[in-house]
Design a protein around this ligand. Structure first.
Ligand code: FMN
Length: 387
C-alpha cells in the first residue's frame, strides 16, 4: 500500500479537506431566476459522494447584472441563503467540504449558453429584465467585435459592487459554505479591472497596476470582513492572460492578496481575449501547472493547479514536485464522478473504497477482496473469483 500526497488530508485555517482533490467551479446553467434546483444537488452530491475533498459550487453571481447567461446561480439577495444552505449541507453530508465561487461576468454578461454558440444572447420576450441585465465593465470597451459595448461603471457603482461582494460573502457564510473563492479570472469583471486592455479608467480604479488591482483588493477586504477568520479564502486568477497580465503581475498581486487574508491562488489562464487557452482549446496535459508552480514559488502562497489533469499519478506527481497544494479535476470528473476512488485504486492507496459512502463502497470493497475490479482488465486475463 502506498502513501500518497493526494490522499493526505490538508488543513487550511480551521477547515480540513480529507484529500487534495478539488472539484473546480463548473457552471450548470440550471438555476431558475438565480435559485439552485435539484440538478445542483445531484451534480454537487455525486462529486462529494465520489470522494472529492472539496466541491466548489459554480460562479454564483453577486448581482443580477453579473449573470453570464440564462441559468446562472445568484447570491445577490438574502432569499438565496436557504436554498444554498440545502446545497452546502448536502455536500457536507457526503463528507466533502462545500465551497462556492463568487463571480460577476462584467462585459461578457448576457451571453448564450456555450452549446448554443459562443457570443451575446439574442433578445427574447421571455427575458423580462433585459435592460436591467445590461453588461457593465470598467470601461466602455467591447470584448470583441461580436460583443456589445458595455456601459462603463460609475465610480459610485464600483464602490457599491465592492459592498455587493461583501454581502455575498456573508450570505455564503450563512448558507454554511466553508471555502470561498473569488472569480478574478477568464475575462470577467474582476479580470477586466486588472487588464489594461479592458480598463482605461482615469479614476483611482484605472491606470497604474496598483490602481487596476484596487478593485480586487477592496473586494478581498470587504469579503474578509464578513467571511470567518477560520475559513479559507481562495482567488482564481488568469495568471497568464496573453494580453499583458502575466505571471509577474500575478505574483505581485498574490503577495498583496496574501496580506489581505487570501490563502490560495487558483491558477487558471486566458479569457480576456478570444484566443486564450481555456476550456480545451489546448492539447497539453497540465498546461497551467507551470503557472501554479511559478506563483507558488515566487509569491510564497498556496496554489491550486487546474487544467487537463486527468490521471491520478499525474496529480500525485504535481504535488510531489511541489507545483501545487491542491489539484482541481474539472472535465475529467464530469467523465467519472468517482475519480477520487478510481485514483485511490490506481495509486494503491489503502482502503480505496473508504473514500466513498458504504452504500456502494462496501459492495465494491467486498468485490475487490475476491479479486475483481482492483486492476483494469482482469476479465481479459480470464481470472476467476477468488483467484
Ligand atoms: C461546464 C464547465 C463550466 C465551468 N464553469 C466555470 C465557473 O463557473 N467558474 C470558473 O472559474 N471556471 C469554470 N470552468 C472552468 C473550470 O473550472 C476549469 O478551470 C477548466 O475546465 C479546466 O480544467 P479541466 O481541464 O480539469 O476541465 C468551467 C468549465 C466547464 C467544463
Amino acid at each position: 500500500m502506498s502513501e500518497t500526497l493526494l490522499f493526505t488530508p490538508l488543513t487550511i485555517r480551521g477547515v480540513t479537506l480529507r484529500n487534495r482533490i478539488v472539484v473546480p467551479p463548473m457552471h450548470q446553467y440550471s438555476a431558475v431566476k438565480g435559485f439552485p434546483t435539484d440538478w445542483h444537488l445531484m451534480n454537487a452530491g455525486k462529486f462529494a459522494a465520489g470522494g472529492a475533498g472539496l466541491v466548489i459550487v459554480e460562479s454564483t453571481k453577486v448581482e443580477r447584472r453579473g449573470c453570464g447567461t440564462v441559468g446562472d446561480l445568484g447570491i445577490w439577495h438574502d432569499d438565496f441563503v436557504e436554498p444554498l444552505k440545502r446545497l452546502a449541507k448536502f455536500i457536507k453530508q457526503q463528507n466533502a467540504v462545500p465551497g462556492i465561487q463568487l463571480g460577476h461576468s462584467g462585459r461578457k454578461a448576457r451571453a448564450n449558453r456555450p452549446w448554443e454558440g459562443d457570443g451575446p444572447l439574442a433578445r427574447t420576450p421571455e427575458i423580462e429584465d433585459w435592460d436591467a441585465w445590461t453588461p457593465v465593465a470598467p470601461s466602455a470597451i467591447a470584448h470583441s467585435e461580436k460583443w456589445p459595448v458595455p456601459r462603463a461603471l460609475e465610480r459610485q457603482e464600483v464602490k457599491d459592487l465592492v459592498q455587493a461582494w461583501g454581502h455575498a460573502a456573508r450570505r455564503a457564510r450563512d448558507a454554511g459554505f466553508d471555502v470561498l473563492e473569488l472569480h478574478g479570472a477568464h475575462g470577467y469583471l474582476v479580470h477586466e479591472f486588472l487588464s489594461e486592455r479592458s480598463n482605461q479608467r482615469t479614476d483611482e480604479y484605472g491606470g497604474s497596476e496598483s490602481n487596476r488591482t484596487r478593485f480586487i483588493m477592496e473586494i478581498a477586504e470587504a469579503v474578509r470582513a464578513s467571511w470567518p477568520d477560520d475559513k479559507p479564502l481562495f482567488v482564481r486568477l488568469s495568471v497568464e492572460d496573453n494580453a499583458g497580465f502575466g505571471p509577474e503581475q500575478s505574483v505581485r498581486l498574490a503577495k498583496i492578496l496574501k496580506t489581505g487574508g487570501v490563502d490560495l491562488i487558483d491558477c487558471s489562464s486566458g479569457g480576456i481575449t478570444d484566443v486564450a487557452p481555456i476550456l480545451g482549446k489546448e492539447i497539453k496535459y497540465g498546461y497551467q501547472v507551470p503557472l501554479s508552480e511559478y506563483v507558488r514559488r515566487h509569491a510564497d502562497i498556496m496554489t491550486m493547479a487546474v487544467g487537463l489533469i486527468i490521471h491520478g499519478d499525474q496529480a500525485e506527481q504535481i504535488l510531489k514536485d511541489r507545483h501545487a497544494d491542491l489539484i482541481a479535476i474539472g472535465r475529467e470528473i464530469l467523465n467519472n464522478p468517482n475519480w477520487p476512488m478510481d485514483a485511490a485504486l490506481k495509486l494503491g492507496v489503502e482502503g480505496p473504497f473508504r473514500h466513498v459512502p458504504p452504500q456502494f463502497g462496501y459492495w465494491l470493497g467486498t468485490r475487490a477482496k475476491r479479486g475483481f475490479g482492483t486492476r483494469p482488465s482482469t476479465w481479459q486475463a480470464g481470472l476467476q473469483a477468488g483467484s
